[in-house]
Design a protein around this ligand. Structure first.
Ligand code: ADP
Length: 469
């Protein structure tokens, strides 16, 4: 069921039930009032009859009473009066058919001198009066034709009034629900117009204060995030293609030049060596891109296991030295504890080792002494690492872009690289629940500080701990 129908239906049911309750209440109150009023009239009749017969029975005979009664303008519809004396003898009746009285009623009358009963449409009052050893019982009954007709008329009015109101409520409820929900339909229509090529569109909603405007605002914020990540992805693919195309163009040029005419083996060897360099660079970039994709994937799919920080750092060092033998990586374990638990981390070994290699390689690459200092500190809840070099440094303006893929500072254009290593390193550290910070001064050096949660520690504890330099 659509919200519009649901609202209209609910509204109609609630108001119709209220009106029905109200109408039933009015009907029963009116009926009660009619009954009271009619009983009062019956009582008056009974009391008057008793008074005339009993108190003044010396002067008024039953015949005279009948005469008086027949002349009475307040005579009730279908009125029957029967009067009994204490012996059960009828002393007066206004009708050929006298009304009977049974023992049960008599015993009730002994306790209470008045009793009201109803038989079909006929209402009856039994009234007993005792005086000077004499008791008379007056039975007056009549039909409240006028009151019942009025009541039936009221019932018809209430029923048709209720039915008409229900119809009006359903129609107005449907219209109001439609009006109230119109902005939602409008938002749905606007959202349907947005696809990946029109992510710059924004949803507009009504008075900009209500819940629908808030929904549109939330949706717009999501669009901004989507647009941003879509842009990042697009530029990432464009940059990656560009970085791969450059060495491919160089390789192609070298091969074409080599094939132009016959060369001696020395020349072929030098060309092949140059091609090999470019291929190595390409394969490094491809590996970094693959790592980037992996580090962006679902954490549960990665092979996390417990590893020792000292082994990871030393492996990273030896892998880098194998590649660049002129690099000098100085590793210091500061106040290393005896308990080996302090060395353990829960990691994807390959990714974290690559992150360390990136930091070591950058430190050596961007400093004239090709040296990087790695200091490892052991804390109760985490392991803290510092990678420091005395290299070219990073300007303050560039620090904010340093973790963006393919970003490279102006002062490193003469160095080889693609600008993927650092963003990848940050992604890997994030993936391990760690933090990374940079401190750098141009032409003096750079320090990368990393905080990693220990294997046996709760991740939350580490997140809450500020990074101390
Ligand atoms: P690459 O080393 O391939 O240029 P990275 O992603 O590793 O790319 O680093 C991105 C940029 O950050 C580098 O181009 C450089 O401008 C800057 N950078 C990173 N590490 C250092 C460092 N130790 N010293 C100076 N600049 C650095």
């Amino acid at each position: 069921m659509k919200i519009r129908s649901k609202l209209a239906y609910l509204f109609a049911v609630i108001v119709a039930s209220l009106l029905l309750g109200f109408s039933i209440g009015i009907y029963y109150l009116s009926d009660g009032y009619r009954k009271n009023e009619f009983s009062e009239r019956l009582r008056e009749k009974a009391v008057t009859t008793a008074r005339l017969l009993f108190e003044a029975n010396e002067q008024i005979s039953p015949q005279t009473l009948k005469l008086i009664n027949d002349q009475d303008v307040s005579v009730l519809d279908n009125e029957d009066i029967t009067v009994y004396d204490e012996n059960g003898t009828i002393i007066y009746k206004n009708n050929s058919e006298p009304q009977s009285i049974n023992r049960k009623i008599l015993s009730k009358l002994n306790k209470k001198n008045e009793l009201l009963l109803r038989e079909g449409d006929r209402e009856i009052i039994y009234f007993q009066q005792k005086e000077k050893n004499k008791t008379i019982t007056v039975i007056v009954s009549a039909i409240d034709t006028y009151g019942i007709t009025k009541l039936n008329f009221l019932m018809v009015i209430l029923f048709f009034g209720w039915a008409l109101s229900v119809i009006i409520i359903i129609i107005t409820g449907w219209i109001f629900a439609g009006n109230a929900l119109a902005p939602i339909s409008d938002v749905i229509h606007q959202v349907e117009q947005i696809d990946f090529s029109t992510l710059d569109k924004r949803v507009k909603a009504g008075n900009e204060k209500d819940e629908i405007a808030q929904l549109a605002e939330t949706f717009n914020r999501m669009l901004v995030r989507l647009q941003k990540s879509f842009y990042i992805q697009k530029s990432f693919v464009a940059n990656a293609s560009h970085e791969l195309r450059t060495p491919l163009t160089i390789i192609r040029g070298q091969v074409e030049v080599a094939l132009m005419h016959q060369r001696n083996s020395e020349e072929y060897k030098s060309i092949l060596n140059s091609v090999l360099e470019d291929v190595k660079e390409m394969s490094e970039l491809a590996n970094e891109l693959l790592d980037m994709a992996q580090a962006s994937s679902d954490i549960s799919t990665l092979p996390f296991k417990t590893a020792r920080i000292d082994e990871l750092i030393l492996q990273a060092k030896s892998d880098l030295i194998k590649k660049k033998s002129n690099y000098n990586i100085v590793v210091n374990f500061i106040e290393a504890p005896d308990d080996e638990k302090f060395f353990e981390l829960n990691v994807d070994e390959r990714l974290l080792k690559n992150a360390f290699i990136n930091l070591m390689e950058n430190g050596c690459k961007f400093s004239s002494d090709h040296q990087v200092q790695v200091n490892i500190f052991f804390r109760e809840k985490n392991i803290f690492l510092k990678f420091s070099d005395k290299g070219i440094g990073i300007s303050n303006a560039d620090l904010q872009f340093i973790f963006e893929p393919f970003f490279r500072s102006e002062n490193v254009k003469s160095f080889p690289g693609h600008g993927i290593g650092l963003p990848l390193t940050k992604k890997i550290i994030d993936l391990h629940g760690g933090e990374i910070e940079i401190e750098s001064v141009l032409k003096e050096g750079t320090t990368f500080s990393i905080l990693l949660p220990r294997a046996d520690d709760l991740v939350e504890d580490t997140y809450s701990k500020p990074l101390e330099m």
